[in-house]
Write a protein that binds this ligand. Structure first.
Ligand code: SF4
Length: 463
């Protein structure tokens, strides 16, 4: 399987892989595999190009293989992908949960999994050949693929994806089309996963989703069993399981409500990582309005202030910022720069705007595109500012102690007697001495190296 795209896409791909492994399949190189599964992204035109190039290469290398394309590009433009040579099935996110069985069907092994609708679909097809190639619609009835039990093996701190899709309509974003509206993993299933993870020796788990802050809002008021909010779920996890550390991935600014910020204040630095990623996109009110974002720059600043009051300056604050949204003037870009300067960001993820077909941003771009040179200049400017802020944030911890978890250390670094770690507040660290992965340690930070990594020693009584 080849993966493209974000963490959520990777989690989906891993879930499909695990289910195929559980069905007795093993992974091989695309050049010798019977089926090549390509898990695509469609967040930019470049992501689309990379997926098409990979599919063409895979078919050239191994013309006998059946290629199955899934993920966001498969949902957005299934007919384009179905037309590529070697593609036997295109499985959009709407049918992602059926992807393992579609693969098994191509291998002639679907009968082993006869408990599924797939069999009915295949029976219907038998009467009306040719076989179905495209599995995608806008009902998203099979969009949530729950991971098999998450364990701390390949990844020390895995993601548990508990929410899929998004009901917002940001004008630049293709996700509502490619993943449908918000759907949540029921609370009981989340608790089972967390308990299983701890039982397997896990220490840090990352809760993730496409729009994580919306977790539980799709449960019906009458039928859903509480909790029905992310804050309620986090509290239940702390009450019901001994999970040592929980990290939240990206949460939209307005979903940081008082209850969630209160949890960060109560558990931050102990069972909850003092790390908050709030997508910003722009610091300009006018641009945020054109983007149909649901907050204004001052709302964003207020949420950050509340988080800092709750967690203290140890909080590592991260954001996504988009550059060159249609019509972004120099003055509007300067508003973004001013807001970024004013807030204590520990890191920024910067993206140039990429028009996606089928979004309002596509038409806005046709009317008021920002010239490529202006986008490049603004990206370079923000990159420099982001690097300065990251370094300043990390240097503040020199001479201080922080909690951390050890990760899998590359062999070359292990040979130098060093261990890779990540601090509770999301700072990369290099530890003197060799420590196995997945140990909770206390570090004393001695410096920040040229790559921006903390240099550290395990402090006494660390283990
Ligand atoms: S909140 Fe906006 S940017 Fe994020 S997934 Fe939903 S529509 Fe896309």
């Amino acid at each position: 399987m080849e993966h493209f795209g974000c963490r959520a896409a990777r989690a989906d791909g891993e879930a499909v892989s695990e289910r195929l492994r559980a069905a007795g399949l093993s992974e091989r190189q695309p050049s010798v595999a019977d089926v090549v599964v390509v898990n695509t992204c469609s967040v930019t035109a470049e992501a689309d190009r990379a997926a098409r190039a990979f599919i063409r290469r895979a078919h050239r290398l191994n013309p006998e293989a059946s290629i199955v394309v899934t993920g966001c590009y498969a949902q957005r433009a299934p007919e384009v992908l179905a037309g590529l040579a070697g593609v036997a099935a295109v499985v959009g996110n709407s049918h992602k949960a059926l992807a393992p069985e579609i693969v098994l069907g191509l291998l002639g092994r679907a009968e082993q999994h006869a408990d599924h609708e797939l069999i009915n679909i295949q029976a219907a097809q038998a009467a009306s050949a040719p076989p179905q190639v495209v599995w995608a619609d806008d009902r998203f009835a099979h969009s949530f693929i729950e991971a098999a039990q998450v364990v701390p093996v390949a990844q020390t701190r895995p993601n548990l994806k508990i929410q899929e899709g998004c009901g917002n309509r940001c004008t630049f974003c293709v996700i509502p089309q490619t993943r449908g509206s918000s759907k949540s993993l029921p609370g009981a299933a989340v608790l089972r996963q967390v308990e299983g993870f701890v039982a397997a020796g896990g220490n840090e788990l990352v809760l993730s989703g496409i729009n994580l802050g919306r977790w539980g809002r799709d449960f019906s008021d009458t039928g859903g069993v509480p909790p029905r909010t992310l804050a309620g779920l986090v509290r239940k996890i702390f009450e019901r399981t001994p999970l040592p550390r929980l990290r939240l991935s990206s949460i939209e600014p307005m979903d940081w409500d008082d209850e969630l910020i209160g949890l960060m204040a109560e558990f931050g630095g102990r069972r909850m990582a003092r790390h908050a990623h709030l997508p910003l996109q722009s610091g300009s009110d006018a641009v945020l309005r054109r983007m149909h974002r649901r907050y204004r720059p001052w709302h964003y600043a207020e949420k950050v202030a509340a988080l800092l009051r709750g967690c203290g300056p140890e909080l590592t604050l991260g954001a996504d910022v988009m550059v060159g949204f249609p019509g972004e003037s120099d003055a509007e870009f300067e508003e973004t720069v001013a807001l970024v300067r004013a807030l204590p960001f520990g890191y920024l993820h910067l993206f140039p705007f990429s028009p996606r077909p089928g979004t309002p941003g596509w038409a806005l771009h046709a009317e008021r595109p920002v010239p490529a040179e202006a986008v490049a200049g603004r990206m370079a400017m923000l990159r420099g500012l982001a690097a300065e802020k990251t370094l300043a944030h990390r240097r503040r911890f020199i001479g201080r102690e922080l909690e951390a978890i050890t990760l899998h250390t590359p062999a070359e670094m292990e040979a130098r007697g060093r261990t890779v770690a990540l601090t509770e507040n999301f700072l990369p660290a290099e530890l003197e001495g060799r420590v196995e992965a997945n140990r909770l340690v206390r570090l004393r930070v001695s410096g920040v190296n040229a790559e921006g990594t903390l240099e550290a020693k395990a402090s006494e009584n660390s283990f």
